[in-house]
Design a protein around this ligand. Structure first.
Ligand SMILES: Nc1ncnc2c1ncn2[C@@H]1O[C@H](COP(=O)(O)OP(=O)(O)OP(=O)(O)O)[C@@H](O)[C@H]1O
Length: 227
């Protein structure tokens, strides 16, 4: 299992302190929701975990090491980032095949992930014509190619219609039920109440609350600590 841990993490962009002495761990085998107002530092933190932004100080580690030190990272951690872009001229299947080959994964994985995210019928359509919801599904399919035990998702429900939201909820529940870990950033508290076991709330780059989701009252808690 690939644990997720942030320790005394800090990131400044010039004079702006986007992430400020942030520490938390994501309990393994849970769905942990990562919450906070716009500009709180969620995406920056997730990007530091994935090795896309260099921390100013502190640690963001997966399985105890920075992302770039993971052996075969796609088989440990799958990621869906905000506004993921794809080459518009590629089909969904060709995009997945390119990633699969680059990562040295078995050929059967492409059909499997297309099926997992319900994109089989669109497999040979160009991504340029995909709706936002279809792009989200393709991003998730890409994250699943390596059969990772951990998923990091930045607002994956963005663009999904109600049926898509329900599908994503079912998918993530089943994935976590198998013992896998999910860290998901979102603004949709109603979704969080339905799927998350654990919550990390930040505001202005700092930790405001972290703990198990104890049933009712998430909106009140959120507004009290981060609002
Ligand atoms: N590359 C960058 N250069 C300068 N400032 C940045 C950069 N990336 C993020 N920021 C700033 O850092 C702060 C945190 O941004 P971040 O995107 O991490 O917040 P967020 O919690 O994900 O917000 P949202 O919920 O709106 O997506 C914001 O003030 C943002 O403007």
């Amino acid at each position: 299992m690939t644990s997720i841990r942030v320790h005394r993490l800090r990131k400044s962009f010039g004079k702006l302190l986007a992430v400020d002495d942030l520490s938390f761990t994501v309990p393994e085998g849970t769905i942990t929701a990562f919450l906070g107002p716009n500009g709180a530092g969620k995406t920056t933190t997730l990007r530091m975990l994935l090795g896309l932004v260099r921390p100013t100080s502190g640690e963001a580690v997966l399985g105890g090491v920075p992302y770039h030190e993971l052996d075969r990272p796609l088989e440990r951690v799958g990621a869906v980032l905000e506004a993921t872009s794809f080459h518009p001229g590629l089909t969904a299947a060709t995009h997945l095949e390119a990633v699969r080959i680059a990562a040295g994964l078995p050929a059967a994985r492409v059909a499997r992930v297309l099926e997992q995210v319900g994109l089989e019928a669109a497999a040979h359509r160009r991504v340029g014509g995909f709706s936002l919801g279809m792009r989200q599904r393709l991003a998730l399919a890409t994250a699943l190619l390596g059969e990772p035990d951990t998923l990091i998702l930045d607002e994956p429900a963005n663009g999904l219609d109600p049926a898509g939201m329900r599908w994503l909820r079912g998918f993530l529940r089943a994935y976590a039920h198998e013992g896998h870990t999910v860290l998901i950033s979102t603004h949709v508290l109603a979704e969080v109440e339905q799927i998350a076991d654990h919550v990390v709330i930040i505001a202005a780059g700092r930790l405001r609350w972290s703990g198990p989701l104890a049933g009712a009252g998430l909106e009140d808690l959120y507004l009290e600590v981060a609002g």
